[in-house]
Design a protein around this ligand. Structure first.
Ligand code: SF4
Length: 694
């Protein structure tokens, strides 16, 4: 029996564990005392290793490369040489005919690791000559990245996950930690036990709402009105830290020009909340000694996502609850390495380390390091992932390289996504499972899974941690970084790496704020939290920066926090007579992303079966004669899906909740493809729908 140290692949909490291996199979997972989990694991961490043992519950694992020689032909098994030569030839032909901007790529924020993503973006930029590279953050926290970079300087969490336990007040806004990050939820419970105040703003009575000191069940789609009303109250009742505002922020007058219209008494109808409870919550947050705001996709997956993130940042800036110990901002990332994908430059406007592609100095630096002429690296930001449907429809995107994601399951308006994928001249999919997207591909490239490779992951709180291979690659599977390097070499830009450490050292050499994060520092249960500069490399006591912006030193170009406000606007597709309910997407605690991994784990697959459920209130169910467990149709202007009714007293009237994780009952058949104009993040939290008995 052997034990191999790993990082859980199922959420941004970054829990450390040992995988116990016997006779070539993983037989157990044991929690280790990592920085975020201190020995604990949730059910996904404990039972989510099963797919590694070749279970075939949901989707088959892919063990050899395949190509589809012509559209409509079946996939056929080929050698790696054939698959990569075919891919290189097809990509080269498309670039010759339509230019590099006709190729779009998306990285993997799941088990793939920072090294693989770094090599993919290098291939995209140095070999293909485009910045058309993105990652699933586009669908989740892109609004946080953009809003926070403007307001405070970095799109990442300013605090550490353990800090949640030390603060005096936690404000959760559009974030359900019990379903998304159970170990973070444990920290919040412990904070509450220690005496912290807990405020929860969510239309649904989520688990954290049950233990909250103040629960604000705001109406779906009213986030920005409520946040502006909090800010109004803090100024109106003179609860702000005016010294902090004077010393460390800019833009107060313009900001107040907007916020002054949001007296709590004036937003009662929009939010569905009494002015008194709004004022009470604002007082509670503002007067706490220390406070943290945590948010999730309830904030970002809205058409005003970026503006809402700015409003959250403004609350911290006007109260001084940032840049001080145990206070700050916590946009908690969902997929286990989505922070890492962004760190590695899987972003159409950013190189690794958040260096801008339109900055000539950054371009010169990367061109020199990668041995290409500067003109090879484009100064123009590339396509966003959510541009894919219209990019294909307009003939501007002809090839799509999908790395470890399943957009046909996870992106809004499935019919539109399917039309885009089918309309491509070339779809390449590199994955471990035959997902719905991979099944449509012209080239299928089998990769190693999380338990079969070494990699650095970045947890949601900027902690780099090392995961190590428990098993050798299966079948003909290859490491992701090897596949990209081999393809790049065949396309005329040679890349040769011996191992992941060599790649990571290149990352450290190009990104000063990651330079101190050596493999040695991350060995065992070690970690390195960026920014961590080169001088930390040989200092065992220096693990980086647990909290950003100490003393109000923001990392914006002028060093100030920027106050920015916008007026609330109603969501795009309002309920009407035909579709009178609001459909909101949520997460199932036992499953992860498109379910290809967790759906192939016996214990997790047994938690729930298809069709997926639609949660609805007792009143809405009664009005339609629907009872618990009955099969229903859920319809919208985009489609119709079968689902099982879950009549739930925690659900607010007028709204229903579904996950995108089921094949039967997939809510993305119904969701609206409207995006935030600034971030490109879809408005997944608000589509009009109806539910009817079958
Ligand atoms: Fe894994 Fe997240 Fe659960 Fe930790 S909280 S064990 S990282 S799924």
């Amino acid at each position: 029996m052997e034990k191999h140290m790993a990082v859980c692949p199922y959420c941004g909490a970054g829990c450390k564990m040992n995988l116990v291996v016997e006779n070539g199979k993983v037989i157990d997972a044991e929690g280790l005392p990592g920085i975020t989990n201190e020995g604990e694991l949730c059910l996904k961490g404990l039972y989510g290793y099963d797919f590694v043992n070749d279970t075939k519950i949901l989707t088959p694992r892919i063990y050899h490369p395949m190509i589809r020689r012509t559209k409509g032909a079946p996939l056929e098994r080929v050698t790696w040489d054939e698959a990569l030569d075919f891919t290189a030839e097809r990509l080269r032909a498309i670039i010759e005919e339509s230019g590099p901007e006709a190729v779009m790529l998306t990285g993997s924020s799941r088990g793939a690791g920072n090294e693989a993503n770094f090599v993919m973006q290098k291939f995209t930029r140095a070999c293909l000559g485009t910045n058309n590279i993105d990652n699933c953050a586009r669908t989740c926290h892109a609004a946080s990245v953009i809003g926070l970079m403007e307001c405070v300087g970095s799109g990442a969490m300013s605090v550490s996950i353990p800090t949640l336990e030390e603060t005096d007040c936690i404000l959760l806004f559009g974030y359900n930690p019990a379903a998304s990050h159970p170990i973070v939820a444990r920290r919040i419970v412990k904070a509450k036990e220690r005496g912290a105040e807990l405020i929860v703003c969510d239309p649904r009575i989520i688990e954290s709402a049950r233990i909250a000191d103040l629960y604000l069940p705001l109406k779906n789609g009213s986030n920005l009105a409520l946040l502006n009303a909090f800010a109004y109250t803090i100024i109106d009742e003179e609860l702000a830290d005016f010294d902090f505002i004077d010393d460390h922020t800019t833009g107060f007058d313009e900001w107040w020009e907007v916020v002054q219209d949001y007296a709590p008494e004036d937003v009662e109808e929009v939010t569905g909340l009494s002015s008194e409870v709004i004022r009470q919550a604002a007082r509670c947050y503002a007067t706490a000694e220390t406070a943290i705001i945590g948010w999730g996709m309830g904030v970002t997956q809205q058409a005003q996502g970026v503006q809402t993130v700015r409003a959250i940042a403004a609350l911290a800036l006007i109260t001084g609850h940032i840049g001080r110990p145990n206070s700050g901002l916590a946009p908690v990332r969902g997929q286990n390495n989505v922070q890492g994908s962004c760190d590695m430059g899987m972003w159409p406007s950013l190189y690794p380390g958040y260096q801008r592609v339109d900055d000539p100095a950054a371009r010169a630096k990367f061109a020199a390091a990668w041995g290409v002429p500067q003109e090879r690296l484009s100064l123009a930001p590339g396509w966003k992932l959510t541009d894919l449907p219209h990019g294909v429809a307009e003939g501007k995107i002809r090839a799509f390289y999908n790395f470890g994601e399943d957009p046909l399951q996870t992106e809004p308006d499935t019919a539109q996504v399917r039309a885009a994928l089918e309309g491509l001249d070339l779809l390449i999919s590199q994955d471990i499972f035959m997902t719905q997207t991979t099944a449509l591909a012209d080239v299928v490239l089998p990769a190693t899974s999380w338990a079969e490779h070494d990699a650095v992951y970045t947890a949601s709180d900027r902690s780099f941690q090392l995961t190590t291979a428990a098993l050798p690659p299966k079948g003909e599977c290859r490491h992701d970084w090897e596949i990209f390097a081999d393809l790049s070499t065949r396309m005329g830009y040679p890349m040769k790496y011996q191992n992941t450490r060599e790649i990571w050292d290149e990352v450290r050499s190009l990104c000063p704020q990651f330079a101190g994060a050596t493999y040695e520092k991350m060995a065992g249960t070690g970690y390195a939290q960026w920014p961590i500069f080169a001088d930390a490399a040989d200092d065992p006591a220096n693990n980086g920066t647990p909290e950003l912006y100490a003393g109000g030193a923001f990392t914006t170009p002028d060093g100030k926090g920027h106050l920015m406000a916008a007026h609330w606007q109603p969501p795009t597709e309002r309920p009407d007579n035909a579709y009178p309910l609001v459909l909101c997407t949520v997460r199932e605690v036992g499953h992860y992303s498109c379910r290809s991994m967790t759906g192939n784990c016996k214990a997790l697959a047994a938690l729930a079966d298809e069709p997926g459920y639609v949660s609805m209130s007792l009143a809405d169910a009664d009005a339609r004669g629907i009872e618990e467990e009955q099969l229903v149709w859920v319809t919208s202007r985009r489609g119709k899906v079968l689902a099982r009714a879950a009549v739930d007293e925690r659900v607010n009237d007028g709204a229903v909740y579904m996950t995108y994780q089921w094949w039967i009952g997939k809510c993305n058949e119904l969701t609206l493809h409207v995006v935030d104009g600034e971030s490109g993040t879809p408005e997944d939290k608000y589509s009009a729908c109806e539910v009817e008995l079958i």
